[in-house]
Design a protein around this ligand. Structure first.
Ligand SMILES: Cc1ncc(COP(=O)(O)O)c(C=O)c1O
Length: 367
């Protein structure tokens, strides 16, 4: 009996060929040879100065407003802890949203309120209603190629969201690790750009543009908050991983950031195409899905009769996995949905995995 190889649409990580291993090896050696003593010691809690400055320049801010952290999720932990310290316990999120922040917020005792979304992203009317119902410590949003849905907030809605932010003095965390991983179309302005970076805090990472194992993420904050979070960083780990940050800087300094990004986008774009084609070919009527122009994920909505948790059990047996939609909601929802990641598997595996799903779906949906 030959064991069936499992095809994972669950893993939201880059395929191994996306990682620029050889280039990073060269950068690591150069950094250690040239700046070894500095990068192997303790240093500034806010991170490696040359990289901070480059990021600050890209976002048009003073480098004192950039906090480099060990992955952007660590920045989320610092920021959420700080904003919940003296704000109301209410935190607004998209429904669905990235599951790890939901767990972190639950751990911090936050009252997490999911807001409605559709194909154009977060619905501003839903946000307006939530703000009318009471104050919130902050809104957590992933406006571009959202995890888990792959959806992107339209420019018109971005403007409305910023308007509401100003009217209600709302704080917003714009989490944008996927924005540069764009296969086609023009990028919309970020909320940070539209608002000016006063109420909107921007978060990103080199996890999707270079490699997640480097653990280099960052926040762009108002100056006061940057200083507060720097203190939190210092009490947590003294110094972030300077060596990784110096390797990222060396990669950038050598002019490898843009060409590598283009290479990654070509590899991931081919996977996105393979998944869209396979879904079209193999899925029964009644199923629908998002069509992202970038990022790692798309969102599958099965017909109402399909219980995605049960489908996942059957799919796992049939050799294909995904993350069920319900995992991305704090209080129910997504029972008929699934997050499909096309980032990790090859185009051939995508075709085969979607075919396996397509065989299960008709039986999973009672007519
Ligand atoms: C929306 C979002 N934010 C943050 C992260 C975490 O990124 P990092 O590796 O920088 O901690 C991820 C990773 O999947 C993500 O999807």
């Amino acid at each position: 009996l030959v064991a069936l190889e499992t095809i994972s649409f669950a893993r939201g990580v880059p395929a191994p060929e996306c990682l620029p291993v050889e280039l990073l090896a060269d950068c690591a050696r150069a950094v250690l040879e040239v700046d070894g003593a500095r990068t192997l010691s303790y240093g500034p809690a806010a991170g490696y100065a040359p990289l901070r400055e480059w990021i600050a320049e890209r976002h048009g801010v003073d480098s004192g407003r950039v906090l480099l952290t060990n992955g952007s999720l660590q920045g989320f932990v610092f920021l959420a802890g700080r904003l919940l310290e003296d704000g109301p316990p209410r935190v607004l999120v998209e429904g669905p949203t990235y599951d790890r922040p939901l767990k972190i917020l639950a751990g911090l005792g936050a009252d997490v309120v999911p807001l409605p979304m559709d194909d154009e992203g977060l619905d501003p009317d839903g946000l307006s209603a939530a703000l009318a119902a009471g104050p919130a410590a902050f809104l957590y949003t992933i406006p571009t190629f959202q995890n888990p849905s792959g959806r992107t907030l339209s420019t018109e809605r971005r403007r409305r969201l910023v308007q509401l932010t100003l009217e209600h003095s709302l704080r917003v965390l714009e989490d944008d690790p996927y924005g540069l991983v764009r296969f086609e179309g023009d990028p919309p302005p970020s909320l940070f750009e539209l608002e000016g970076g006063d109420r909107v805090i921007y978060s990103s990472s080199f996890s999707k543009t270079i490699a997640p194992g480097l653990r280099v993420g960052y926040l762009v904050l108002p100056e006061r908050l940057a200083a507060d979070l720097e203190e939190r960083a210092q009490s947590t780990y003294i110094t972030p991983v300077l060596l990784s940050q110096a390797i990222v800087w060396e990669f950038v300094r050598r002019g490898q950031f843009e060409p590598n990004l283009q290479r990654i986008c070509a590899l991931l774009g081919a996977r996105r195409d393979a998944m869209l084609t396979a879904l079209e070919r193999s899925l029964p009527p009644g199923a629908s899905w998002s069509r992202p122009e970038g990022g790692y994920f798309l969102w599958l909505e099965c017909s109402d009769g399909v219980d995605a948790a049960r489908l996942l059990e059957q799919a796992t047996e049939a050799g294909v996995t995904f993350v069920k939609g319900a995992d991305f909601f704090p209080r129910g929802g997504g029972e008929h949905s699934a997050r499909l990641a096309y980032s990790f598997v090859s185009p051939g595996e995508i075709e085969e995995g979607v075919a396996r799903l397509g065989e299960l779906l008709p039986a999973a949906a009672p007519v």
